[in-house]
Each structure stands twice: as C-alpha cells, then as structure tokens.
Design a protein around this ligand. Sequence first.
Ligand code: GLN
Length: 466
Amino acid sequence: MNLKNYIEWINNKTINQETIFSKYLEKATNSIANKENIYLRINNSGWRIDNDGVLKWAPIAIKDNIMQKWEISTCWSKILSDYIAPYSATCIENLEKNWWVVIWKTNMDEFAMGSSNETSYYWPCLNPYWTNRIPWGSSGWSAVAVAKDLCIAALGTDTGWSVRQPAAMCGIVWLKPTYGRISRYGVQSMASSLDQVWTMTKTVEDAEILLKAIMWFDENDSQSNKKADILEKSNKDAKNYKIALPKQCFWEWLDPKIKERVFSVVEKLKNLWIQIDEIDLPILDVWIAVYYTLMPAEVSTNLSRFDGIRFGLQGNAMEAKDIYEYFTKIRYEWFWEEAKRRILLWSFVLSSANYEWYYLKALKVREKMIQDLDNIFQKYDLILTPTTPEVARKIWEKVDDPLKMYLADMYTVPANLAWLPAISIPVWTIEDKWENMPVWLHLMANRWKEDDLFVIWKEVEKMVNN
Ligand code: GLN
C-alpha cells in the first residue's frame, strides 16, 4: 500500500484504520519473530486508533538515529543501547502534526557509518530480491522495510548515500532534499555539514507528500533555512527540461549492466523530447577523496560526546587509572570497527602536521566542486548519473576492504558536499525483474528545486511502468 492511497482511503472512509493497523502490526511482529533484524522494537507511545475516519496515524518507520520522545534511540550502537530520547526530533513532531504517528524504528549501520548494512551491532538484513546479497547501507533495513511492505514509508538520514543506495538496491524511491530544508534537530549527527533527513517511499508522489509534511524552517537547527517551508513549483513541462550527463561517470569499472540501462533510459527520455547533453565534469574523480577527508573529521567531533559521562554506557571504565585509559576503554569497548576507523582517519587529517595538506585542501576542492556544479546549473536543470558503480554485493563480500567499499559512494556524495537535492529511482525492465536485478538512476537538481526532480521522475516512473 502506498501513502497517497492510504490517506485517500482513510479520508473517504473506504478502509478502516484499525484493520490496516493490525495488519502492519502483525507483519512487524512476524518480522521480529523471524529474526529479520529490520525492527527490534515496536514503539508503543502515541498510538491513537479510533474508527472515526479521521487520519490519525500511518505505519511509517524511522531510522533509529531520529529521536522520538521517551523511546529508546540507539543509532544501533552498543554504547547507546539504553538511551531514552528526552524529546522528539522536529521532523517527528511535524509528522505528528499531520496526524501521522510513527510507530516503528529501524536498524541501521552504527551511527549511520558504513555502506553495506553490515556494521550494526544488531546484525544485517538481506536484500529482499537477492537473498544472498546486501541491500546496502546505512539505511538498508529501512529500505527493506518499505520494499517488503512492512511499513508504508520511512524516514532517515543521508550523509553520503545512505538512502539512495539502499533505496536503489531495493527498488524503491528515495529523495534527499536540499540541505537546510528539513530540520536536523533531534537527529543524531554523523557529519553535520553533510547530514540530511530523507524520505523512502514506494512512489515519487509519496515522496512529495512526505516531504511536504516534514519540511520546516526550524530555529533549533542552525543550518535550517528560511526557504525551507516553500516548495517552488516548477512551471515547465517535462519536455522543456535540459539534463546534463557527465562523461566522466562512465569509466571502465562501471558495471556494464548499469551503463547499458542508464543509456537506454537516456534514449527513452530523449524520445520524449527532453534534452540530454553529455558534458565534461573533470574533477568528478576526486569527490570521493574530498568526502572521505571532510566526513571523518566531522564524525569524530560528533562522536566525542559519547564518553560515558555525558552520553553512553560507562561499563567498567571507571576502573581506569587515568583519563586517557578511561577514554581508551570506552571507545575500545563500545565502538565497532567502522567508528574506530573513522576516528583514526580524523586524527590523521586534523593533526597539526597534516591539517593543511589534507583537511584545508579538501575544503578548497569542495568550494571548487560547488562552483563547477553551480556553473552546470546555469545551463541545465538537472544532472543525471548512475546511483552506484556496481550491483548489490554478496553479504560479507567486501567488508574487510573499506577502500573498495568507500569507492561505491562516488556518484552520490556530490549532492551532500554541495547541499543539492537528489533522487534515486528504480528503472527495472521486465528482464531485470526476472533476474531479480535492481537497476536505478540518480538525478541532482539545483538547491531548492526539488520540484524539478518530481517532474522528471514522474515521467520516468510512467515510462518504466509502461
Ligand atoms: N557510505 C557512506 C559512509 O559510510 C554513507 C554514509 C551515510 O550516508 N550515512 O560514509
């Protein structure tokens, strides 16, 4: 069931909320009993189920790094395993204002770090289409929940790709709005200048509905923007759009299946008279290096609050002989490999010997990248790329090879580094479905132009469904 139908059917009294609620509750309970690792808890606050035909809740899942008052919020890390949120994130309050009470929290890679859905303290879940493969991360569990219809839609966060990749691998629609559009207040920060709350839905229309319900200018978030509440309406017809296709995306290690599918969709869009031009974007290959230099620096700053004093479990760290041993014990005992790896990277890039060589240089390249992208948006409405260079990996296939893992983020990090809205949508053909092979595209628009993404994606959706 999708969100649009759900709202319409409740408002027309075609369906009964209690029946739907019991159905989803049963599915969630079965999923927990079957140890699918998608939900570990079913939140029990705020359920209001009346049969007066007024929409009061919707089975929407949220990633466990978004706080909901009085509910456990762990970021799926051991260190926060008993942390109870003292307040709700602004996006949750906005859902509640729309009477969409959130009832389920989903598993995630620890503190949203990781690409593969394999770094949660509470175990991975598998891709619903390829059961020996990962759905990717860090929001893989939420993507699987939407794909398996264990919820109507989901909310989470995206710092580098966390939603676009798993959404793509699970054949659902993902939207990353402009940075500053949705408040990050009450959301556990991973890398503050890159994080953004996102939506995962079954259709593009649902993404639009959910975005409108949660976008908000919020004084509690220093990066929230006054434009946040206004969704500029595009007055253009799809065929008047100009799309840029950077040539540098199609290098030799892009999976040929993905390359072929991107070009076949491009041809179909051109047949609809949409202008698509191949362009040069020379520094595309360094985006990933910039991300993996700046991101760990911000991550470690944010992780420093988990010291067993302000936040997090203390365990036996009080037996330490001095403060250094105390911190070592806390971090050694409670963080998993990926968090530790990023703290090490941070110590390197921000150390006095390397700061200028790495951190400052990466900041400068980020500026240059933003200028390059802004220049493209002077001439084009959208930039089209693949979402990932490879198809879903087998479980545990590359978990010990972080560099290969990091490379897979290369098409998606620019939207975070340049604060752009972006969307990833499945473009499966019948043959792909037979092979259970999800294939997808990635589109970026200029800041505050989410509506441009909706216009084109509705065309793509029609085209793929026909
Ligand atoms: N692969 C990215 C990383 O590990 C994804 C992070 C994210 O979007 N939360 O940094």
